[in-house]
Design a protein around this ligand. Structure first.
Ligand code: PLP
Length: 378
């Protein structure tokens, strides 16, 4: 049996097993929580979390507070309302989210899709057919985000089949795979899996790491296997109270990710998902973290900090206020260290002047791209 399947099979999924592993937990409280929201902790990630301490354990050990939210809802992003077929959310004009798996290698207690994960009835071969059919019929979809659950929990041939069938749709330009497996079960990123997926490039792989302590040797190797196969790698990190809610924790994580060629893509404000309220941080905290990064470290280590809006409005970037004033004459800005700078605005007269550049005889005058005569706008 493959190593990852064996590890998965040895996962902790009952209160008694968890008490054996972590004698401090209250087994009966855990039993109550997991009757509503299932638990799975595979032995690899349990080992990582135990070695690291409470900040990683919080992500995976059920908490009685999951049952006492009063502000949160099962589907805050209105994914179901925006699903023309089951498990496919079509919110934006040219791309969609396609859920192809119901399981994960470890269930995160803060999961935004807590309402569905772990339920085997959610994704079936029929829903996958319906999703593929919808994408085929909607020529405006040029980007498909394959997610779940975790798509890497599918068997090699099942996942490859889904990806191959997406790739066969002419208007699907890029495929993205959203997965936390390189973090929670890196043994699953086998050279065979990488070889099979590589046939269907371009595939962008968006990983999910929340703390530098998750970047073990195994996880780093999994990222490098994917990077070496040519998959552009991003990370979607969730800001979580008691896990990573400090500038130092986030900076260490992003620096660690860049070293294994993973570009921090999004930093998410936690969603208002039932059972996860205790993880939420004030929005101010995320803004302060971004402010602590921008300018002080590589721009590559500064993701977009976003709120996925309740009600299904999509992701909105939250940015610290750098613009002090923007008038017809100038933009007045504060830089990363707080100093004030000005940029002269283009006058109305200059903005409306026709764009002409000297061109050799016989070459047609180009429009629209001639603002900078050297052609070197950046
Ligand atoms: C996040 C998301 C996307 C992708 O958004 P990008 O900003 O392009 O990464 C697409 N559809 C849904 C429903 C999403 O939640």
């Amino acid at each position: 049996m493959e190593d990852w399947l064996r590890l998965l099979g040895e996962s902790v999924s009952s209160a008694e097993e968890l008490e054996r592993e972590l004698p401090d937990v209250d087994g009966s409280a855990v039993a109550e929580v997991i009757a509503k929201f299932p638990m799975r902790i595979n032995p690899y990630f349990l080992g990582v979390a135990k070695a690291a301490g409470p900040h990683l354990l919080r992500q995976i050990v059920p908490d009685p507070r999951e049952l006492s939210d009063d502000c949160c809802v099962p589907d805050p992003l209105s994914e179901e309302a925006q699903s023309p077929v089951p498990n496919l959310t079509h919110r934006y004009p040219d791309r969609c989210l396609f859920l192809v798996a119901h399981q994960c290698a470890t269930y995160c207690r803060f999961c935004t899709r807590k309402r569905k994960v772990g339920n085997a009835d959610v994704v079936t071969p029929e829903t996958i057919e319906l999703g593929l059919g919808y994408i085929r019929e909607h020529a405006e979809i040029r980007d498909v985000i394959v997610s779940g659950g975790d798509p890497l929990l599918l068997q090699d041939d099942v996942l490859e089949d889904v990806v191959a069938r997406l790739r066969a749709i002419p208007h699907v330009e890029i495929i993205r795979i959203g997965t936390r497996v390189p973090c929670t079960l890196p043994q699953r990123v086998t050279s065979r899996l990488v070889r099979l997926l590589k046939r269907h490039q371009p595939i962008y792989v968006n990983l999910h790491f929340n703390h530098a302590d998750e970047l073990t040797e195994e996880a780093r190797e999994a990222c490098l296997r994917l990077a070496d196969a040519g998959f552009p790698l991003g990370s979607q990190t969730v800001l979580l109270r008691g896990v990573n809610d400090s500038p130092e924790a986030i900076k260490d994580l992003f620096h660690g990710l860049l070293q294994v060629r993973v570009r921090p893509y999004y930093l998410y404000q936690a969603d208002v998902t039932s059972g996860t309220n205790h993880f939420r941080t004030p929005v101010r905290k995320g803004l302060d973290i971004i402010k602590s990064l921008r300018g002080f470290t590589s721009g590559l280590a500064v993701p977009h900090f976003v709120i996925d809006t309740p009600g299904g409005g999509g992701k909105v970037p939250m940015t610290p206020r750098y613009v002090v004033r923007h008038s017809a004459n100038e933009v007045v800005m504060r830089n990363y260290s707080g100093a004030i700078f000005k940029y002269p605005e283009v006058s109305a007269k200059d903005a409306s002047a026709p764009v002409t550049v000297p061109v050799p005889a016989g070459v047609e005058q180009q429009n629209g791209n001639g603002d900078c005569p050297t052609g070197n706008g950046n």
